[in-house]
Design a protein around this ligand. Sequence first.
Ligand SMILES: *Cc1c(COP(=O)(O)O)cnc(C)c1O
Length: 371
Amino acid sequence: MKTETIAIHAGNHTDETTGAVVQPIILSTTFERMEDGSFREGYIYSRAANPNRTSLENVLAKLEGGVEAAAFSSGNAAGMSVFQSLKPGTHIIAPDDMYHGLRNQLKILFAGILEFDFIDIDNTEVLKAHIKPNTGLIWIETPSNPLLKVTDIKKIVAVAKQHNIKVACDNTFATPICQQPLALGADLVMHSTTKYFGGHSDLMGGALITADNSDWWQKIREVQTYGGAIPSPMDCYYLVRSIKTLPYRMRGHVHNAQLLAEYLNKHPKVEQVLYPGLPSHPNHDIAKQQMTGFGGVLSFCLKDGPDEATRVINRLQLFTKATSLGGVESLIEHRATMEGPDTKTPFNLLRISVGLEHIDDLIADLEQALL
Ligand SMILES: *Cc1c(COP(=O)(O)O)cnc(C)c1O
């Protein structure tokens, strides 16, 4: 089946008892035991499994082309479960442009438990030089946040395979509509479903999707069950509902982002636009090979520096000044401020999450703000 069909059907089934076309929300935390001690559909207690979470995990797995998915209460909880599933002392290689929330999670919560290096992962020589006997995981994120760097997934997988190292990919910016890392050889995909999957800036969630039912995956399931960072049945329901329109929303985001990137790229006050869909992007060719759309986030740098960035952001009417991405409304933020003192993000950089408003209105607003 094609993506649009999976998105609508794989997370839903008609209720057998009532005939409800939309699967009901099961809030019950506990499930009745039968006389013989068994459970009707295997559900026992909702931390272990809940029907709405099962449906969500089913549609997530199918969309990414994986065998199973695990849903979490946030993207960071999903990432945390990956790191907690590793043997203490395992070495992780991660990109220097990694999402700052997860980079800080490693640095603050896993110091002394895991080893990690944040490197220029796209440079194969640098990558090979950092591989150690205890390296167990290469973490990638593509396109990256907020520099929109594109990592060649197949190239990383080839190096990892030679050394028996697992590869996990944060696919939040692309979504499976634009990129499917498992098909390119990755072992695991991670998402902040807070972003495009939710799509309306009103729920938090995270997900992991596995290429195979490995021992590692069983360990991750254990962390989910015993760690307990699970989403509520309500949030699972809302996610399943939002996912039904994900393929169509992504088309809109990609369309608007491309046109906005092209507009900004020609603007005399703009020093540089970072968007994989522009031929001027350093990894445009790799992006074209491994993506079916270039996503809905772009960053741009202003020639006149940080003060000009502040002036522009404050003149915008339609773009809301807020962090996060993936919602139907356009957001803009001064990323370096958000990331704090150890940021490597340029201070004249603004990041836009391009929403689904009409592109003419978005361009008109930027036009007046850049005057
Ligand atoms: C938002 C985000 C996360 C973290 O997800 P939360 O749902 O905020 O915990 C991880 N990676 C990327 C790329 C993100 O944008």
